[in-house]
Design a protein around this ligand. Sequence first.
Ligand code: S3P
Length: 183
Amino acid sequence: MTYPIYLIGYMGAGKTTAGRLLADKLGWHFVDLDQAFEQIHGYTPAEYIREFGIEAFRRKEKYVLEDLAELPIEKVIYATGGGYPCWEDNMECLKELGTSIYLRWRPEHLAKRLMLTDLSERPVLQGKTEEELLACILPQFEAREPFYAQADIIVDVPLGELSEANDEQIAEHLCQLIKSKTK
Ligand code: S3P
């Protein structure tokens, strides 16, 4: 398994939450690319998209990830933005730079998880019921799946029942997986 590790998947997959827990367990660095974007550009991804549009955001997002990849640190867990792998040659880039891991959820579970988060940072989803949210994410989820599915490793989640413990379970599972492959 090559470093660094890129967690990919749809919004609500746990890339940030499970990724941070995972990095702690491994004693590795953790970088959330949405937060890195905000630090570099002074806008959250949602603000940037509202202000300058999705194309401009995707271009900048691509450079943020590629620039960070030049840093001389290898043991890093990156949480990518949900749309990153589905833009231009980004998925190929990820696979060249390190190991990509897709946190694969069913869309119904994603809708449930997203309902528990602050949707104000996700303007398209804001104010929706769970049913509306599912209807809204389904077409995009299906369009993105073929990109996510190119990941080096796919982990089907949740690993047990759907619960608040899922992010911790994902982190523990990935920790064991990474340890076994990087001995
Ligand atoms: C996006 C997901 C967000 C963020 C931006 C666009 C998307 O990241 O990059 O708002 O297109 O799915 P998360 O997946 O971390 O929420």
